[in-house]
Design a protein around this ligand. Sequence first.
Ligand SMILES: NC(=O)c1ccc[n+]([C@@H]2O[C@H](COP(=O)([O-])OP(=O)(O)OC[C@H]3O[C@@H](n4cnc5c(N)ncnc54)[C@H](OP(=O)(O)O)[C@@H]3O)[C@@H](O)[C@H]2O)c1
Ligand SMILES: [Zn+2]
Ligand SMILES: [Zn+2]
Length: 354
Amino acid sequence: MPTPTHSFAAHAPDKPLAPFDFERRDPRADDVSIEILYCGVCHSDLHFAQDDWGMSSFPVVPGHEIVGRVTSVGPEVKDFAEGDLVGVGCMVDSCRHCEACEDGLEQYCLNGMTMTYGSPDRHDETLTQGGYSTFVVVSDRFVVKMPDGIDLKSAAPLLCAGITTYSPLKHYGVKAGHKVGVIGMGGLGHMGVKLAKAFGAEVTLFTRSESKIEEAKSNGADHVIVSTDEAQMEAAAHSFDFMLDTVPVQHDINPYLNALKYDGTHIMVGLLEPIEPAVEGFNLIFKRRVLAGSLIGGMPETQEMLDFCAKHGITCDVEMIDANYINEAFKRMQQGDVRYRFVIDMASLKDKAA
Ligand SMILES: NC(=O)c1ccc[n+]([C@@H]2O[C@H](COP(=O)([O-])OP(=O)(O)OC[C@H]3O[C@@H](n4cnc5c(N)ncnc54)[C@H](OP(=O)(O)O)[C@@H]3O)[C@@H](O)[C@H]2O)c1
Ligand SMILES: [Zn+2]
Ligand SMILES: [Zn+2]
């Protein structure tokens, strides 16, 4: 039976999100049905609701940092059972047979992953809808187990902010002896600081916001550079092995490239639009520097990241909100006024919608 589901949805790019009732599909044999408890608010949700990337279909229910409790499983599901605490991140399906899928890198599926919201379902072409909702149905390959004892509210943003920063740090082999710069301290950035520190690196936060200096240090940053201060930026020249760039809008990356050592790598995770001002070839060529990008992480790596975080006592700094605060939360996120992730308590949506 399809399940009636309450949600908050964007109905047009220039309209606030509003309550929206719809039905989740009939579960399939490999599906896990999940009552959503918490969902983080990622800057990508805002980009999508505003159609910043020109790929949104409306109405869209955002949300891809989902934690919930399993209510039932299909007959083919082996690894999950009713009552389990589980997570769902940015993807809910992929082709499952291409080279990337076989490598467990479903986010790079050569046939295109199915995103948690705003993608056509591979079986019935209906648009997927995300986690600002009371209930979701997801194929078991795209569900992860929440580690025992982890605080579910502050672990929800690990499903996107956590994996998006963990994956490139792991891929590039960040370890003790490396100097890592993290640019921007929002949801992704504060996780980047915590994770790079847990990987053993010496970590520097680059922020526009002097008010974040002390918090960055309490999150594990060894140093903080105020990026609007040219003298501080100049003094950082030729110092870093890696730069993790989480800034969501166009910005000049040349001063950050200049802060890399020779052979250093600048990893973009925030910006999808063209890089402007343009990258100066000189800044790459004369120091054999690498400009790279990275997208979330694969499903095996997402489970690995959750287990790593549980082992090291790492979660996100969260501000819990009711679902009907979402438009204010979007506004504050756009102004950089969130420390460091809003998480919706879905009980608020159930109560209000009932
Ligand atoms: N690659 C992926 O797989 C992936 C996954 C998730 C999200 N994303 C993208 O990553 C970006 C960051 O997401 P988020 O959720 O971390 O966003 P967020 O919480 O809003 O944080 C972004 C941070 O960037 C800095 N910033 C904001 N506006 C800026 C500006 N105009 N100039 C310079 N710095 C600015 C701010 O930090 P300071 O105040 O410290 O400067 C802000 O806190 C978004 O574009 C999102 O869509 C990508
Ligand atoms: Zn996200
Ligand atoms: Zn594939």
